[in-house]
Design a protein around this ligand. Structure first.
Ligand code: PMP
Length: 329
């Protein structure tokens, strides 16, 4: 099947390739217990520790199919695996492979599955011991890597409508937001479902101190008079890879200032532009918060310019950033 046109559209919001159909999950290959196996042969025991206590950490990585180059590019794989190692370290686990080996393994996995469409890659490091007892120490752990074709996580073509969640972000001294820990995602799930079930697209979550932290699974930016503002890494956020990508594009390529500081709730209402970003959500402009329009209520010019550039970068179309794109074939 021909992949759809994937370069950025006029709105600056990424248009993605249609997943190749049909994807047969049961026979898809997964890296599990040290080798590639069909999905249906990957089984975990009912008492697996991570299933009961949330003692696992994960990554979400994307690979983008570039039809003009007939190439699949994994975006910033090394940075994702470095972060996975950090999350694992916080949970007293060590990755069985180096970042370099994990990047090579991921290429092999995508090749073996013969993906020729946009793909989402999900590595998971989990406490694999099958026993009762909530703790981190003295347990075995293992790594799996799963991948599947994947399109939009949020429909963002016209921008999204957000509510400030009644749930607060987990705090570093309770459950660290900077690590991608499976158990901690109950916090994101509570916020997301509250927002969607109240008719919004996404939640914006405040930290314990009342300042903005991030979306349910996205980092957040506001634009005020051409300055890009985002909560700092000590504001209970995930240290997002898309976040750092966009900050670099903003300052180096658009030549505009970036500031990391706390953001008040009402700054969301009066900002010129607001957007969310993440590997799943990609670049997602926000056009409404708590029933107040952001700026004109349409995707703003800065978001359009940044979104368009980001779409080109992840597709391997910008020479300067080609090193971020690991070719699969
Ligand atoms: N915050 C949270 C809570 C997330 O789950 C994600 C998605 N990984 C992000 C931010 C964005 O991070 P990244 O750009 O590295 O995907």
């Amino acid at each position: 099947m021909e992949a759809a046109e994937t370069t950025g559209g006029g709105t600056g919001v990424l248009e993605q390739a249609a997943p190749e159909a049909p994807f047969e999950r049961d026979s898809a290959l997964v890296y599990f217990r040290g080798q590639l196996r069909p999905y249906r042969e990957c089984g975990l025991g009912p008492m697996t520790h991570a299933l009961h206590y949330g003692t696992a950490c994960f990554e979400g990585i994307r690979a983008h199919w570039n039809p003009a180059r007939a190439q699949l590019y994994i975006f910033r794989a090394a940075e994702h695996y470095d972060r996975l190692a950090q999350s694992a370290h916080i949970l007293q686990m060590k990755l069985p492979l180096s970042t370099e080996q994990l990047c090579a393994l991921t290429r092999e996995l995508l090749q073996a599955n013969r993906f020729h469409a946009d793909v989402y890659i999900r590595p998971l490091v989990y406490k694999s011991s099958e026993e009762i007892g909530v703790r981190l120490h003295g347990l075995e752990h293992d790594l799996l890597v799963y991948a599947q074709p994947f399109g939009h996580y949020i429909e963002a073509a016209a921008g999204v409508r957000c509510m400030v969640s009644s749930w607060r972000r987990v705090d570093d001294n309770a459950a660290p937001a900077r690590a991608k820990i499976t158990g901690t995602y109950i916090n994101a799930a509570l916020a997301k479902s509250e927002a969607v079930e109240n008719g919004y697209d996404e939640a914006i979550v405040l930290g314990q101190d009342g300042h903005v932290s991030e979306g349910s699974a996205e980092n957040l930016f506001i634009v005020r008079k051409g300055t890009l503002i985002t909560p700092s890494v000590s504001d209970n956020i995930l240290e997002g890879i898309t976040r750092s990508t966009l900050m670099q594009l903003w300052s180096e390529d658009l030549g505009l200032p970036v500031v990391e500081r706390s953001i008040d709730r009402t700054e969301l209402y009066i900002a010129d532009e607001v957007f969310l970003c993440g590997t799943g959500a990609q670049f997602t402009p926000v056009v409404e918060v708590d029933r107040r329009t952001v700026g004109s209520g349409r995707i703003g010019p800065y978001s359009e310019a940044l979104g368009r550039l980001y779409s080109k970068v992840i597709m391997g179309e910008v020479e300067k950033y080609r090193e971020w794109c690991l070719p699969v074939y």
